[in-house]
Design a protein around this ligand. Structure first.
Ligand SMILES: [Zn+2]
Length: 171
């Protein structure tokens, strides 16, 4: 999936805040945190913007040669992501949760790519979440559809929090 798809899908994890703390004024920050977290797994993708931006730092940390869709797209990285997310508590109570789910949304939707992800890294096997014949490449129609639906989700989120519409998820 493209970076913009990952961003908007990750941004939708801000809906978790609506389930946990419906009346919150800092709602606007959460989609940004979720969207940003969803870009992080592609630190391992030489073609991704996030990789280009952080190239120097990645080299310094000796992680600039990590295989694409391996370590950063695997379960083994989750404890690190959870640890890092804990630093977001001062910003917002739900921010760490949104960060972790935003991050996880990335390898999840990458599981619809024909190449799959190494979810069980360091085991080098690639896993897909749907049968291969249903898989689509980055930039394909599923990518566009996901981008469209997730964008609608974010528009609904912003409208709802600003009081323009009401959605009752819990009845
Ligand atoms: Zn990826």
């Amino acid at each position: 999936m493209t970076g913009k798809t990952h961003f908007v899908v990750g941004a939708n994890t801000a809906w978790i805040a609506y389930l946990l703390l419906p009346q919150d004024l800092l709602f606007i920050i959460l989609p940004l945190i979720g969207g940003f977290a969803a870009l992080l797994p592609d630190l391992d993708n030489r073609h991704a913007t996030i990789h280009q931006w952080t190239k120097g730092l990645l080299r310094l940390l000796l992680i600039d040669r990590v295989r694409h869709r391996s370590l950063f797209h695997s379960l083994i990285i989750l404890p690190v992501v959870i640890f890092v997310s804990s630093f977001l508590f001062p910003i917002h109570l739900i921010a760490p949760v949104v960060f972790v789910f935003g991050y996880a949304s990335h390898p999840f939707i990458d599981g619809f790519n024909p190449q799959g992800c190494e979810y069980l890294y360091p085991w080098g096997r690639n896993f897909r979440l749907i049968p291969k014949f249903l898989c689509v490449d980055t930039g394909g129609w599923v990518d566009h559809l996901l981008f469209f639906m997730a964008s609608m989700g974010i528009i609904a989120y912003l409208l709802m929090y600003s009081g323009f519409i009401r959605i009752d998820l819990m009845q």
